[in-house]
Write a protein that binds this ligand. Structure first.
Ligand SMILES: [Zn+2]
Length: 231
């Protein structure tokens, strides 16, 4: 019975983690948003203790920041962290693409086709949330198709953090992934050309990073004594 109780609690914590991650990934909760426990308890019909555990888990994943005496807020990655996330994505997504054999592509043909169709539908609409969701789901789908749970799990974390980065540093409001670039990656994988698929994926990630205003946003080192001296 004891183990059953633990399992139910773990499932419930996971549900809260997943829901908050999704809301953050879809920019429903933007970087810096205060995550007030009582409101989460009410909105998700959850137990306060479960919400606390979920927030701690998200803090370990760097998706949430917990400040002593001030509670939790959605993380605001620095420009340095943003670059590090993209470096990590290049490594992980290269490994994912290299793992996807033509056989795995065949096995997942229907799923991929359904996704590509949803993605095209979203990108030709003006529904920003749907666009953000579908473009991000493409990368997660490749993770799942690769059939490597470790890579896939690392990518899930990086994708939520990427979402925070895009929300903070995107130069303009145009959604970041180009759907035709995704299609080219799929085509290369279907043809069994993994070298080409890796090249396309790395170019795609370089381009996403180039759309971020990481230089300008870096917080300048300010000497407060000097800055405030002449006031
Ligand atoms: Zn993309």
């Amino acid at each position: 019975m004891g183990s059953k109780t633990i399992t139910a609690k773990q499932l419930e914590v996971q549900r809260i983690v997943d829901t908050l991650s999704r809301a953050i990934a879809q920019h429903r909760l933007r970087p810096g948003t205060r995550l007030i426990e009582a409101q989460i308890v009410e909105a998700l019909q959850a137990n306060r203790n479960h919400v606390q555990v979920a927030l701690q888990r998200l803090a370990l994943q760097r998706i949430v920041t917990i400040e002593p005496n001030r509670g939790a807020l959605v993380s605001q990655p620095t420009a340095k962290e943003a670059r590090e996330v993209f470096t990590a994505r290049r490594a992980i997504e290269r490994a994912i693409v290299e793992s996807i054999t033509p056989e795995l592509m065949r096995r997942n043909r229907q799923r991929i086709a359904t996704h590509m169709s949803n993605e095209r539908k979203a990108t030709s609409s003006t529904d920003r949330r749907a666009i953000v969701r579908e473009l991000s789901d493409f990368h997660l789908l490749l993770g799942e198709v690769s059939d490597n749970e470790v890579l896939s799990e690392m990518l899930r974390n990086l994708m939520v953090r990427s979402s925070l980065i895009v929300a903070l540093y995107q130069r303009n409001d145009v959604p970041s992934c180009a759907s035709d670039e995704h299609q080219q990656i799929v085509t290369a994988l279907e043809q069994g050309d993994r070298v080409q698929a890796v090249t396309l994926m790395l170019e795609h990630l370089d381009e996403l990073e180039a759309q971020l205003a990481l230089e300008e946003q870096a917080a300048p080192e300010v000497d407060l004594r000097q800055a405030l001296a002449d006031l």
